[in-house]
Design a protein around this ligand. Structure first.
Ligand code: C2O
Length: 665
C-alpha cells in the first residue's frame, strides 16, 4: 500500500491553515497515558505513522481515531506539539487496492467525558465535552465496519451516548452480516440479528454510566452510509456532548453523485451562556417553558456577525478553491430549534439525508430539524470573495419563543481574498417561513435506484395514529399551580428507574406496561384548540409489535395550547415518510395521496404545525426502541414512548444477551 509521508509540524496556532499538513497521521501512545490525569492524550509518543484516513491516538489496545480538522495537542519532552489534521483521504486511488467486498474493519475510539472551560459570546463557563472538544470528535468509518467506543465518565453527572439510528449488532451476528452486507438499501436487513444494548438512550436501553465508570459501545454499520451523529442521551447534556459519524461507502464503491473534491462536517447547535442543565431544572421547577439559547453556533462558533466582537475572529470558515466541489455533511444538533441553512450566493445540491441517498435537487435554503442530517454538494463557482453562511431558526407557531439570532460563518475563496474582505451577505428566511420549510421537505425523495431501492412496506399490519402535542397538568409548587407537559395520545411518558430493555429482556414486571394506545383515546378536532380538559395521563406505557410487522404511523399535531412543528425521531429503524398534510388526518381521503414509490427514507421527520405526517417502517429489529420529539424540551415534558419489538422465531431474530459491562442503575 502506498503511504503518504508524515508531516506533523509544531505550531502554536491551532487555527493555522495547515494546508500543507498531511491528511492523516497515526500516533500511538504508550499505555502509560493516564486518561484521568489529562483531558487530552498523552504523554509519550512511541511511533508516528500514516494511517490511511485518520489520526489514531490512544492507549495501546484501545486506540481511537482523530478526525480531519481536529487539532490535537500533546507533549514531547515538555514541548507542546500541535497537529492540525487537514483532511481525510477520502478517495486516494492507492488506498483502494483492497477488494471492494472485503469485510469491514473494526475501529476503536475512546471518548473521555470531561468538563472543560469554553469562552463564547464574551463569557466563559465549563461545559461537558467528549475529549475536551466542542463539537466532539467525528467518528469515521466505512459501511460494514464495526465501531467500538469506550466511553469513560470523568464528570459528576450520569452519562449515556446515543449513536443516531445505527443498527447495533453483536459479534455473533457478524457472520450473518457479512453474508448480507451487499444489501443495498439504506439500513440493516431483516436477517441480521441486532441488539439494542449499544443504542444509548438513558433508562430505555441502558442505565446511565455513573461517574467514574465506563461502558463500551459496540455497533456495526451495516447497510448504512452517509452522515449520522452521536450525542449524549440523558437530560440536556447533548447540548455540548455531540459529534458527527461519517460513514463512507465500502472501499471501491462510489457515491451515486459526482465525486466531491473535499468533504466537510458542519454541526449546527445552540449555545447558552448559563448551564443548560440549570435551565431545564429551573423550567421544571416553575412549570414554564425554559429560556431560549443565547446563540446558534456553526461548528461551535456564533460567528462573524454575533454580538460579541471577539466571536467575529473565530467563526466557522469553509475555505474553498475556485471550481472545486465540496460535500458538506450538515447536522442539526440544536436542542430545541429547527434551522434554515444558507450560503450567500450559492446553491446546494441535496444528495443524502439521515444516511440515505436522495434524488439530487438544488436549493438555496435547507431546513434541518434537530436530529436530522443533510449532505449537500456545493461548488465554488462564484467570484472570489467571502460569502456568509447562516443558520437561523424556523418556528411558525407565534406562541413559541425561539432564539432569533442567526449563527454565522463564511465561505472563503482561498488565495484570492483576504480574511478581512467584505462579506457577501444573505438574508435568512423569515422565522415563520412555512412555505420555505415545506417546499424543502416536499422536495425530498429517496434515490430509489437499482442499487439503492426504496423498500417501502406496501401492506400494513399495524395502523397507528399518534397525536403529538402539549397539555397542562396540575403542579401545586409551580408558578401558575400547573405545568406545561407534552404527550403522545394523551400519555405523558414517565421515565422508569430501570432500563426498559433490561426489564423486557429479563422479564422484570412492574417497570412498564405494554398498553400504549395505538389510537387517540378520545378523538377530538385535533387541530382546533382542543377539548376543555387538556390534562394528560402519566405512564410508562409501551406499544408491542411482533417481529417483522409492517407499521404505518400517522403523527397528528394538536392545537392544545398551540399548534407546533415536532421533529419526531424513531430509534432502531429508518422509516419512509409517505405523506403529510395540513389539518386533521382523514382515514378515508388522506391515504390516496401517499407516495409508496420513492418517499424519502430517514430517521427523524417534522410533523408540520397544525398538520400530520405519515410514515411506514418494518419492525425487523427486536428490542425496545425509543420514539420521541427531538426538541429536547418536548422530550423532557413527556413527548416520548417506546416500541417493544418481540423476538422472531428464526435463528437470528432474538435479542442477544447484554454485554457484561452494561451499567447498572
Ligand atoms: Cu438523537 Cu433519542 O435521539
Amino acid at each position: 500500500m502506498l503511504r503518504p509521508s508524515t508531516k506533523a509540524r509544531q505550531h502554536p496556532d491551532a487555527t493555522a491553515s495547515g494546508r500543507d499538513i498531511q491528511e492523516a497521521v497515526m500516533v500511538l501512545v504508550r499505555p502509560r497515558y493516564d486518561a484521568a490525569a489529562s483531558v487530552f492524550p498523552g504523554n509519550d509518543i512511541v511511533d508516528e505513522d500514516i494511517g490511511e484516513e485518520s489520526l489514531t491516538v490512544g492507549e495501546e489496545n484501545s486506540r481511537f481515531i482523530f478526525s480531519p480538522y481536529d487539532t490535537i495537542s500533546f507533549c514531547v519532552a515538555g514541548l507542546k506539539v500541535y497537529i492540525y489534521v487537514r483532511k481525510m483521504v477520502v478517495d486516494k486511488e492507492s488506498a483502494y487496492s483492497s477488494t471492494p467486498d472485503r469485510k469491514g474493519m473494526t475501529r476503536h475510539y475512546k471518548f473521555n467525558v470531561v468538563e472543560k472551560n469554553f469562552t463564547r459570546l464574551c463569557s466563559s463557563k465549563p461545559i461537558l465535552t467528549v475529549n475536551g472538544q466542542f463539537p466532539g470528535p467525528t467518528i469515521y468509518a466505512r459501511e460494514d465496519d464495526t465501531v467500538i467506543v469506550k466511553v469513560v465518565n470523568h464528570v459528576k453527572y450520569n452519562v449515556t451516548i446515543h449513536w443516531s439510528a445505527l443498527s447495533n449488532f453483536s459479534h455473533q451476528a457478524m457472520s450473518d452480516i457479512s453474508s448480507n452486507r451487499l444489501r443495498p438499501f439504506c439500513r440493516h436487513g431483516v436477517r441480521q440479528l441486532m441488539t439494542g444494548w449499544s443504542d444509548g438512550p438513558a433508562y430505555i436501553t441502558q442505565c446511565p454510566i455513573q461517574p467514574g465508570q465506563n461502558y463500551v459501545y459496540n455497533f456495526t454499520l451495516t447497510g448504512q452510509r452517509g452522515t449520522l451523529w452521536w450525542h449524549a442521551h440523558i437530560s440536556w447534556m447533548r447540548a455540548t456532548v455531540h459529534g458527527a459519524i461519517v460513514i463512507l461507502p465500502k472501499r471501491g464503491v462510489p457515491y451515486p453523485f459526482p465525486k466531491p473534491d473535499e468533504e466537510r462536517v458542519i454541526i449546527l447547535a445552540e449555545w447558552w451562556k448559563s448551564d443548560p442543565e440549570a435551565i431545564i431544572n429551573e423550567a421544571l421547577k416553575s412549570g414554564l417553558a425554559p429560556n431560549v439559547s443565547d446563540a446558534h453556533t456553526i461548528n461551535g462558533h456564533a460567528g462573524p456577525l454575533s454580538s460579541c466582537p471577539s466571536s467575529s475572529l473565530d467563526g466557522f470558515s469553509l475555505r474553498v478553491d475556485k471550481a472545486k466541489t465540496y460535500l458538506l455533511r450538515i447536522i442539526n444538533a440544536a436542542l430545541n430549534e429547527d434551522l434554515f441553512f444558507k450560503v450567500a450566493g450559492h446553491r446546494m445540491t441535496v444528495v443524502e439525508v439521515d444516511a440515505c441517498y436522495t434524488k439530487p435537487f438544488t436549493t438555496d435554503t435547507l431546513l434541518i430539524t434537530p436530529g436530522q442530517t443533510t449532505n449537500v454538494l456545493l461548488t465554488a463557482d462564484r467570484a472570489a470573495g467571502r460569502y456568509l453562511v447562516s443558520a437561523s431558526p424556523f418556528m411558525d407557531s407565534p406562541l413559541v419563543s425561539v432564539d432569533n439570532r442567526t449563527g454565522t460563518g463564511t465561505v472563503q475563496y482561498t488565495n484570492s481574498v483576504s480574511t478581512s474582505a467584505a462579506i457577501t451577505t444573505t438574508k435568512p428566511p423569515p422565522q415563520n417561513a412555512t412555505p420555505v420549510a415545506s417546499s424543502f421537505t416536499d422536495s425530498l425523495r429517496s434515490l430509489n435506484s437499482k442499487l439503492y431501492p426504496a423498500k417501502v412496506p406496501l401492506t400494513v399490519d399495524h395502523s397507528l395514529l399518534f397525536t403529538v402535542g402539549l397539555g397542562v397538568n396540575p403542579c401545586p409548587g409551580c408558578v401558575n399551580g400547573s405545568r406545561v407537559v407534552a404527550d403522545i395520545n394523551n400519555v405523558s411518558f414517565v421515565m422508569p428507574t430501570t432500563a426498559l430493555l433490561q426489564a423486557h429482556y429479563f422479564n422484570v414486571s412492574g417497570v412498564f406496561t405494554d398498553d400504549f394506545p395505538g389510537q387517540p383515546p378520545m378523538p377530538f378536532n385535533y387541530t382546533s384548540s382542543g377539548p376543555g380538559n387538556v390534562q394528560t395521563m402519566n405512564g410508562t406505557r409501551l406499544y408491542r409489535l411482533p417481529f417483522n410487522a409492517s407499521v404505518q404511523l400517522v403523527f397528528q399535531d394538536t392545537g392544545i395550547i398551540g399548534p407546533e412543528s415536532h421533529p419526531i425521531h424513531l430509534h432502531g429503524f429508518n422509516f419512509f415518510a409517505i405523506g403529510k398534510g395540513t389539518g386533521n388526518f382523514d382515514h378515508k381521503t388522506s391515504p390516496s395521496k401517499f407516495n409508496l414509490i420513492d418517499p424519502v427514507e430517514r430517521n427523524t421527520i417534522p410533523v408540520p404545525s397544525g398538520g400530520w405526517t405519515a410514515i411506514r417502517f418494518r419492525a425487523d429489529n427486536p428490542g425496545v426502541w425509543f420514539l420521541h420529539c427531538h426538541f429536547e424540551v418536548h422530550t423532557t415534558w413527556g413527548l416520548k414512548m417506546a416500541f417493544i419489538v418481540d423476538n422472531g422465531k428464526g435463528p437470528n431474530q432474538s435479542i442477544l444477551p447484554p454485554p457484561k459491562d452494561l451499567p447498572a442503575c
